[in-house]
Design a protein around this ligand. Structure first.
Ligand code: UDP
Length: 256
């Protein structure tokens, strides 16, 4: 398997050349990193769970008309995706204050924000992914004004959909990070959702207990990361390997 050409290796994923031109294989590793890789651990089982959870969310988002790079899951750790030209911007959507916004603006974690807030970060590890404004993005030509508009519109749709999806299974979607890519089809270029959406890139809090079901368990040394990701997968109805993820609905958690 590993004789395939490796196109790119990141902190939690590897991209291999795909079986056909214009496709890639996205492989989910068990590595967990935080604080720009200053903290690193291998957490057995994480990659498998993220592959399933991301497949599920990309499929559901595709169902409602959000264009994505996802084609199909290949096996426990890999999915087939369309090759895109990644826009070097991390788009963060926040509903509740946590993490860097709490620190930056002196908010208490858990404070509901007056409305959903979109932030942009420039993808540059050597600079610690600095926060940037639309002015920086257009001045340095990282994306065009039209691409920014498309990313923002998609980010809000994704937020609305995922907020409802997670709410239905007793989970609050606090914030998340997404990435977009340019997909070239004939002479056309489209902005599509790329990378992954998983508990590595979202903050997910259990509504009843306020338990963290995301990568903060690793960042804050809380332990039980795999169990938390399993809980998310279980509530989404995708834990059983024999059932195809795309046909299972989320399991309703009683709201008392
Ligand atoms: N995030 C991510 N990758 C990054 C930075 C942030 O997936 O490189 C996610 C993070 O998991 C959280 C959201 O984006 O769900 C907002 O993160 P924040 O800016 O609060 O940064 P952090 O506190 O994680 O450093």
């Amino acid at each position: 398997m590993n004789r395939r050409r490796r196109i790119y290796e990141g902190k939690a994923k590897i991209l291999y050349e795909g079986p056909e031109p214009g496709t890639l294989v996205q492989h989910f590793k068990d590595d967990a990193t935080a604080f720009n890789a200053k903290k690193h651990e291998v957490i057995e089982g994480k990659g498998v769970l993220n592959n399933r959870i991301s497949e599920y969310l990309f499929t559901r988002l595709g169902d409602i008309g959000v264009p994505t790079h996802f084609i199909k899951r290949l096996n426990m750790r890999e999915q087939l995706i369309r090759e895109v030209d990644i826009i070097p911007i991390e788009v963060v959507v926040r509903n509740i204050a946590a993490g860097s916004i709490s620190k930056r603006l002196g908010l208490e974690d858990g404070t509901a924000l007056p409305r959903s807030i979109i932030e942009f970060y420039y993808k540059a590890d050597e600079l610690n992914d600095p926060m940037v404004s639309e002015e920086h993005i257009t001045a340095f030509a990282w994306a065009t004004p039209q691409e920014i508009d498309e990313m923002m519109a998609l980010a809000l749709r994704i937020n609305d959909f995922m907020t409802g999806l997670f709410y239905g299974i007793g989970i609050r979607l606090v914030d998340f990070k997404i990435e977009f890519g340019r997909l070239y089809e004939n002479d056309l270029m489209r902005v599509v959702l790329a990378d992954e959406i998983s508990p590595d890139s979202c903050r997910l809090w259990d509504i009843e207990t306020e338990n963290k079901l995301d990568k903060d368990r690793f960042r804050q040394d809380l332990g039980g990361l795999v169990e938390a990701y399993q809980e998310v997968a279980k509530r989404l109805g995708i834990l059983n390997e024999s059932r195809p993820a795309s046909t299972d609905g989320p399991r309703l958690v009683s709201s008392t």
